[in-house]
Write a protein that binds this ligand. Structure first.
Ligand SMILES: C[S@@+](CC[C@H](N)C(=O)[O-])C[C@H]1O[C@@H](n2cnc3c(N)ncnc32)[C@H](O)[C@@H]1O
Length: 345
């Protein structure tokens, strides 16, 4: 098997934790260069990493792509010269690896200022030379990845091709952006939208959801859009748009107080409370009895600046008493937190 380099993307604040996950998966793996904040060139074989992470995805590594060929780019403003070089590298090293008839997409990321080409130019030029596979940017099965940046002061293009599922995200660098629709209540909505998509959560229309730490109401709004009836718990104020929605029941109190009030049972519990991760986990364990038998939960864990691994391991141990941890990822819309998908034991 040919060994490859790998380009990894993670939250810039979590690169130490992402590298730890690399070394756990491939002990000989090491950092070659930092291409940009949170974008790392690794001496670690892509296929070996993907094989380990197919069984269980890492938490902090957001995206990986392989390097099948790299080329040093000349310092030129001539777009056609650059496109010819990129096209010929793609024809020589990637096209022979493409699976016929499997939809593909080209994803380009540029990490140099004043590069004369835009990602769109490169995506279009490379998509044109693929003979037998259909282009499908929405649901590709295979992805040609192009990264342009500097490593050890050399302007370089790294190119590779892989199964979309092995990249850990269908989006270039894992950057899942949502349209900024009018009527969104908070930026937090993107966190829940991304979690529902990444973990493949089926939300039961007309089901009952409990939103702990709901204010100002972004997550409640997302669940209402999907037809759930929502009990929103938070001592802070809810936005009038969710407050006036007849499908929302507002309990202006803490999650601890609501639990003492012996509330109903729910199909889904979501928790985005600003709270120590371990305290939040203990409270979620107490709430597990309010989940229906096939119920699920989504929660964010706020990690401290120091000692993150200790806190994370302790928190996951606590949660495993009441839940099966079906997913744990630092999502694109998470900051210094991660998102968990839990199933009731
Ligand atoms: C990040 S905000 C939640 C944002 C919300 N998911 C949204 O989409 O609008 C965190 C919330 O946790 C709430 N919170 C903190 N401790 C709480 C507790 N013990 N019980 C209930 N809510 C709590 C805060 O009042 C705050 O509104």
């Amino acid at each position: 098997m040919t060994q490859t380099q790998t380009i990894l993307t993670c939250s810039p604040d979590s690169d130490d934790l992402a590298l730890r996950e690399v070394r756990r998966a491939v002990p000989a793996g090491s950092l070659n260069a930092e291409i940009a904040d949170g974008v790392l060139l690794l001496e670690a074989d892509f296929e070996s990493l993907a094989t380990v992470w197919r069984a269980k995805a890492p938490i902090f590594v957001r995206h990986i792509c392989p390097v099948h060929t790299k080329l040093a780019l000349p310092a030129t403003d001539d777009e056609e010269t650059l496109l010819i070089l990129l096209r010929s590298a793609c024809e020589d090293a990637l096209v022979p690896r493409l699976l016929d008839d499997q939809p593909f997409s080209v994803q380009t990321r540029l990490f140099v200022d004043d590069f004369p080409l835009k990602p769109f130019d490169i995506n279009g030029a490379l998509a044109d030379i693929v003979p037998n596979a259909p282009l499908d940017v929405r649901q590709p099965a295979q992805i040609i990845s192009v990264v342009v940046g500097r490593a050890h002061s050399t302007l370089t293009a790294w190119l590779g091709i892989s199964a979309a599922a092995d990249n850990l995200s269908d989006w270039a660098g894992g950057a899942r952006r949502f349209a900024r629709e009018q009527g969104r209540i908070s930026r937090s909505e993107f966190k829940l939208l991304e979690a529902l998509e990444v973990f493949g959560v089926q939300v039961a229309a007309r089901g009952y959801a409990l939103d702990l730490g709901a204010a100002p109401g972004g997550w409640t709004h997302v669940l209402r859009e999907r037809g759930m009836y929502v009990t929103a718990v938070d001592p802070a104020a809810l936005d009038a748009r969710v407050l006036n929605d007849s499908g929302v029941r507002y309990k202006r109190m803490t999650a601890e107080a609501y639990l003492r009030a012996e509330p109903d049972t729910f199909d889904l519990i979501v928790n985005d409370m600003r709270m120590d991760a371990r305290d939040s986990a203990r409270l979620m364990n107490d709430y597990a009895r309010l989940l229906k038998r096939d119920g699920a939960a989504i929660m964010t864990l706020k990690l401290p600046e120091t000692g993150r691994i200790g806190v994370l391991d302790h928190t996951l141990d606590l949660l495993e008493r009441a839940y099966h941890i079906a997913g744990a990822r630092q999502l694109f819309h998470n900051r210094s937190e991660i998102t968990l998908y839990l199933k009731r034991r």
